[in-house]
Design a protein around this ligand. Structure first.
Ligand code: AMP
Ligand code: GLY
Length: 426
């Protein structure tokens, strides 16, 4: 008998995980809650929201689910893993206590300070007055971050005194993030190039994925407002083999040890956001789940079966002798097609065209897709992540951009330069 798997989430990351899990010979059935219409060809969509822990738990018990895999951070931070485990259900992801690495910037920074893990210097503010006091001694550039989850919108990189005022207004006058935003971390600004290192771990054994590079600004040349990510490629050469070894030794291993010694072992996918300055790397942030859009190219590159790894981490552990993950040679690139107006206001409901005639080897992962499998429509700011793999970054990029010409919806916008930092190096 194969495994019955329940995947929780509905975006591009979950689509990419579903695409990979669906290829596993160990799989008997894949259920996706709630999923999106483009995922219907990979598994059965179940109409339960990702935040409905009780509903998901009842479903998992009734269907005899062997393994639940959680995509997004909110249910993890809310404690879905603890709830499932308390009912004897196997689930991939960190506990509520371990998910604090993402759910509380204060927790993450204090942990790094205590365990000497390289990151930007910081102070904590518990009130508006305290924030102002701290900022008097820290002229811009500085970074102000709301403590709690803020859907990726809680970090303010302030280059001028006006930026500082605007951030304080949002956090303390508008109170956009509620109580979560009244506690904030004020960080030293780090210059450099960012990269994401994702590591699968059971709290003992580490299985790193190739470094990836997200593209957060909306427009070519890294201009315009920040978004949830307009594209990504992997591997990212900025993280050289030598630097990766150092990051594993100085950052990843100490972080996993620190979590063990704090009594909250991290089991799941540890996402380390890095700032690389010359030959040094420091932590920008931790996430407690797969990155989006990093997962889209990474799943295309992954040769090994992912399902037994997820199952081992959720259960008996990877074991000391776990073989490293195997990867296809070459590179993969994901380009996000977004709605007109994103990251501001945008319309929904525009039909998606051209998805049935994608070139061989190009996958359209649905990020914000609604409607039906027969008639999918736009339902989010980021709509699709078109992803391709080839034996070089340039070829993968050519392939994905050629495919992008054949896919459309009203007002679609996308960056034309995903991967530029890697190509500029050559
Ligand atoms: P975070 O929510 O911590 O991931 O921050 C969001 C983005 O803000 C990061 O991806 C960086 O681009 C930027 N950022 C955060 N912290 C810093 C820092 N200390 N120095 C420079 N940029 C930062
Ligand atoms: N790519 C950024 C994130 O997943 O948070």
């Amino acid at each position: 008998m194969g495994l019955k798997v329940l995947l929780v989430g509905s975006g591009g990351r979950e689509h990419a995980l579903a695409w990979k899990i669906a290829q596993s010979p160990l799989l008997e059935a894949l259920y996706i809650a709630p999923g999106n219409p483009l995922m219907a060809q990979l598994g059965r969509l179940v109409n339960i929201a990702a935040g409905d822990t009780l509903g998901l738990k009842i479903f998992a018990r009734e269907q005899g689910i062997d393994l639940t895999v959680v995509g997004p951070e909110a249910p993890l931070v809310a404690g879905i893993v603890d709830a499932f485990r308390a009912s004897g259900l196997k689930i991939f992801g960190p506990t509520k206590a371990a998910a604090r690495l993402e759910g509380s910037k204060r927790f993450a920074k204090d942990l790094m300070r205590k365990h000497l893990i390289p990151t930007a210097g910081y102070s904590k503010a518990l009130s508006h007055d305290q924030a102002r006091d701290i900022l008097r001694g820290m002229p811009p550039p500085v970074v102000i971050k709301a403590d709690g989850l803020a859907e990726g919108k809680g970090a303010f990189v302030c280059r001028t005194p006006e930026d500082v005022e605007e951030a304080l207004r949002i956090l303390y006058v508008e109170k956009r993030f509620g109580v979560a935003g009244e506690i904030c971390v004020i960080e030293e600004f780090m210059a450099g190039e960012e990269a994401s290192l994702l590591v699968l771990t059971d709290g003992r054994t580490l299985l790193p994925l190739p470094a990836a590079q997200d593209h957060k600004p909306l427009l070519d040349g890294d201009q315009g407002p920040n978004t949830g990510g307009m594209g990504c490629y992997a591997p990212a050469p900025v993280l050289t083999a030598e630097l990766t070894t150092r990051v594993m030794k100085d950052i990843v291993v100490p972080t996993v040890h620190a979590m063990n010694s704090e009594g909250c072992p991290f089991q799941g996918l540890l996402y380390v956001g890095l700032m690389i300055t010359g030959r040094n790397a420091r932590v920008v942030e931790f996430n407690c789940r797969f990155g989006d859009p990093e997962t889209e190219p990474l799943m295309l590159l992954l040769k090994s079966d992912l399902l037994p790894v997820l199952q081992a981490i959720a259960g008996e552990g990877l074991g000391e002798e776990a073989s490293p993950l195997e990867w296809h040679a070459g590179a993969a690139v994901g380009v996000v097609l977004a709605s007109a107006g994103y990251p501001g206001k945008y319309e929904k409901g525009h039909p998606l065209r051209g998805l049935n005639s994608l070139p061989e080897g190009v996958v359209a992962f649905g990020a914000g897709v609604g409607g039906t499998p027969e008639n999918p429509v736009t339902a989010g700011g980021r709509v699709l992540c078109l992803t391709a793999r080839a034996d070089s970054l340039q070829k993968a990029r050519d392939k994905v951009y050629l495919a992008a010409q054949g896919v459309s919806f009203e007002g679609a916008q996308y960056r034309r330069d995903i991967g530029h930092r890697a190509l500029d190096r050559i």
